[in-house]
Design a protein around this ligand. Sequence first.
Ligand code: V0V
Ligand code: CO
Length: 144
Amino acid sequence: MTASLLTRIDHVGIACRDLEASIEFYVATFGLVVAGRETNEAQGVKEAMLHVADAPGGASYVQLLEPLSADTPVGKFLDSRGEGVHHIGYGVVDVSAALEQISGGGIRLVDERPRHGSLGASIAFLHPKSVGGVLTELVQSAGH
Ligand code: V0V
Ligand code: CO
């Protein structure tokens, strides 16, 4: 059997209109703890990572995403589909190696090279049209 490229579910990315209200909901309802918050201009989001559990090579989180403007990936998604699950982020050991291996299989990449992600991670997106309608993110955690 070939070893899996994916080591864990790193995060479930959820599009919301009001980051503060969504954080309050997840904290009050599930008792989650905010592990980090960041404004990522390149990705067009204000986001928060809420820790769910520790997992191999990192941890797993809920990622809450509020768009910085309407003309961003999350802003467009909210306009067309409303609030809800926006993407799945999977842990990988080496994001560059994973991208190379996956693109060799003809999958359409959004990112040819890793970019800066939350909590210091290196991330890259695969296009939802090549992954059965699921926007898919590869995540190499900081320090791994
Ligand atoms: C768009 N589509 C989606 C989708 N967004 N399908 C599933 N899940 C999504 N999230 C579909 C959409 O319904 C259309 O299908 C088609 O793709 C084109 O949609 P569009 O609105 O015209 O969008 P595009 O083509 O301008 O952009 C789509 C892509 C864009 C995926 C290329 O959203 C992108 O670059 N995403 C990656 C960056 C990102 O999402 N950043 C925010 C999270 P039909 O209608 O044609 O069938 S940042 C993050 O997660 C961080 C920082 C982190 O984790 O650390
Ligand atoms: Co993400």
